[in-house]
Design a protein around this ligand. Structure first.
Ligand SMILES: [Zn+2]
Ligand SMILES: [Zn+2]
Length: 359
């Protein structure tokens, strides 16, 4: 059963400036510890757009994006013990890691000393083939990087937990957020809305920070206790020293200086959105308040499973808009205009086999 390669199909960006279009390709033959799954839903992350357009300068083409994957197991290799055909499963941003370094042994595969293998745009550790992501009908991943979707979690909405969810849950756990913690969230997009829901789910007091009061009703509806308008200098002064953790989800270059005085002693502002330069920062509020600025990527596999179980238990789900696969280019354009509340999810039932390979 394990000797053939899976013919599959999806959508790919053929080059940096091009629209995504139908693409036929193969998945690797099952290795003994591999799980093959049919993809049911794929979330649309900002990284997908950046990668498809080579915004970070690292992309290789064709790019099949997608690292928020929910599916159903269709076959397993002979050594797979954790999954069987029919199970509902998920795959996030990583598809492999070295499995033997200190970080991997601690369950922090995202910090693997040899670099983790990204679900798309990475290189398979054995064949050196480029990995392709979830904008496709099938995927093959080793069982150590496959997550179980708990019963009761809505499959059609769960996909964004695999990137937006774990990216915001991991810092909440790293900094020990729980009942009574004071958490700020800057930015109310795909990441920010999950940060609000998850922090509230952990029992924290949650404040959304925004330049205008426009998002107050949305913030409260998502579970925040209040909205702090960052351009209101009086309100900002009154909020000084009031936060244990601020999760900064803003995806572009911005100024941290207004937010640093909001942190209490030993408080941390953690950056999870912007990949690249920030505006110049003053060390004064850091020194005087023993405050910290940190970064955090996704979380490890065990923590991602913990997140899925937590969300099933608490009935926490991303706010999503379901689209068809052939609406992806329009979805990218809308995402660039921040015209999405709060995450697009592709229903893979809408993806049909192309008459001929177009790439
Ligand atoms: Zn992502
Ligand atoms: Zn490792």
């Amino acid at each position: 059963m394990a000797s053939f390669r899976y013919k599959t199909f999806g959508y790919a960006a053929p080059s940096a400036g091009a629209r995504l279009q139908p693409f036929s390709f193969e998945r690797r033959a099952l290795r003994p510890n591999d799980v093959a799954m049919e993809i049911l839903y794929a979330g649309v992350c900002h990284s997908d757009l950046h990668w498809a357009r080579n915004d970070w300068g690292w992309s290789n083409y064709p790019v099949v994006p997608g690292h928020e994957i929910v599916g159903r197991v269709i076959a397993v290799g002979p050594e797979v013990t954790r999954f069987k055909a029919g199970d509902h499963v998920a795959v996030g941003c990583m598809a492999d890691s070295c499995q033997h370094c200190d970080q991997c042994r601690k369950g922090e595969e995202q910090l693997c000393r040899e670099g983790n293998t990204m679900t798309y745009g990475g290189l398979d550790r054995i064949t050196q083939e480029m990995t392709h992501g979830g904008y496709s009908k099938h995927v093959v991943v080793r069982q150590e990087f496959v997550l179980r979707v708990p019963d009761g979690l809505d499959l059609s909405r769960a996909a964004p937990l695999l990137c937006a969810g774990i990216t915001t849950y991991s810092p909440l756990r790293t900094w020990g957020i729980g009942p009574g913690s004071r958490v700020g969230v800057i930015g109310l997009g795909g990441l920010g809305h999950m940060a609000v829901k998850l922090a509230a789910g952990l029992g924290a007091q949650v404040t959304v920070m925004s330049r205008t009061p426009d998002k107050k009703a949305d913030a409260l509806a998502l579970g925040a206790d209040r909205l702090l308008v960052s351009t209101d200098l009086d309100a900002m002064a009154q909020a000084a020293n009031g936060f244990d953790l601020i999760i900064d989800t803003v995806p572009n270059k911005h100024d941290l200086n207004p937010y640093l005085p909001l942190l209490d002693v030993d408080g941390t502002l953690v950056i999870v959105g912007q990949v690249g330069p920030l505006d110049e920062m003053s060390s004064v509020p850091l020194l005087l308040g023993r405050r910290r600025v940190a970064g955090s990527p996704i979380g490890g596999i065990a923590q991602t499973q913990e997140l899925l179980d937590f969300c099933a238990r608490k009935n926490i789900l991303p706010e999503t808009e379901t689209i068809r696969m052939d609406e992806i280019n329009e979805a990218f354009e809308r995402m660039e205009r921040s015209d999405v509340r709060y995450r697009f999810v592709i229903d893979m039932a809408s993806l049909t086999e192309p008459a001929e390979a177009t790439l």
